[in-house]
Write a protein that binds this ligand. Structure first.
Ligand SMILES: Cc1cc2nc3c(=O)[nH]c(=O)nc-3n(C[C@H](O)[C@H](O)[C@H](O)COP(=O)(O)O)c2cc1C
Length: 198
């Protein structure tokens, strides 16, 4: 068996891919050290609706987090996912909560988007009183001025790098939500949608 290294361009395609992956695993030898920053910049350009993920912490205090990494997953059963940063203050509460909800914010709830995206220090707590709310069966608060909301029971927590993917089974769609125009975030700014294109 040859002990000579085979130049990349002479390897079968599969081995070349493996070699690139291996280099990517080694930060000291990464051919694209800026990929994290570029990935962040690319994702920032993907416009998304803005939500507030809400739950109760282990001692029953209502808390919320501004999120855009939200997607429907399945209709039967109805499943929704939200990606939550592991070092974010709401993250650990999701492992023990009986349920959680996501309010899809309306454009006139920009103040809520800012408030629930603020940095929290240990001991901080959230004050939902500036907004009209209703309480889900599991106790978390829904901002009823939003476009819509989904109320979930925990289905699965999936480990994914520096985030966890919280998958919830939707058990209720709150009625009487009063939002009229969705709040959109993209290119590091908030927008209300303009003229429909199609
Ligand atoms: C528009 C927007 C969308 C966000 N989406 C998410 C998200 O999907 N998941 C998440 O964990 N954090 C998300 N964040 C971050 C949190 O809302 C919050 O700003 C962050 O956890 C505060 O972090 P810090 O306490 O480390 O400063 C988003 C923030 C903004 C402004």
């Amino acid at each position: 068996m040859s002990t000579h290294p085979v130049p990349d361009d002479e390897r079968p395609a599969r081995s070349r891919l493996h070699a690139v992956a291996m280099r990517g695993d080694d930060p000291g030898n990464d051919p694209r050290p800026d990929v994290e920053r570029e990935f962040r910049n690319a994702m920032a350009r993907l416009a998304a609706g803005v939500g507030v993920l809400s739950t109760l912490d282990p001692i029953g205090r209502a808390c919320g987090l501004t999120v855009t990494a939200v997607s429907s997953v399945s209709l039967e059963p109805p499943l929704v996912l939200v990606c939550v940063k592991k070092d974010g203050f709401i993250h650990d509460a999701l492992f023990v909560a009986d349920g959680w909800s996501i309010t899809f914010l309306a454009a006139d709830q920009l103040d809520a988007a800012h408030y629930f995206a603020r940095h929290r220090y240990p001991g901080d707590r959230d004050d939902f009183s500036p907004w009209r709310t209703s309480r889900a069966d599991s106790g978390e608060l829904i901002l009823t001025g939003g476009m819509a909301a989904v109320t979930c029971v925990p289905h699965e927590m999936v480990d994914a790098g520096d985030h966890s993917v919280a998958i919830g089974r939707v058990v209720h769609i709150p009625e009487h939500m009063t939002g009229e125009t969705p709040l959109i975030h993209g290119d590091r700014a908030y927008f209300a949608p303009g003229t429909p294109l199609a």
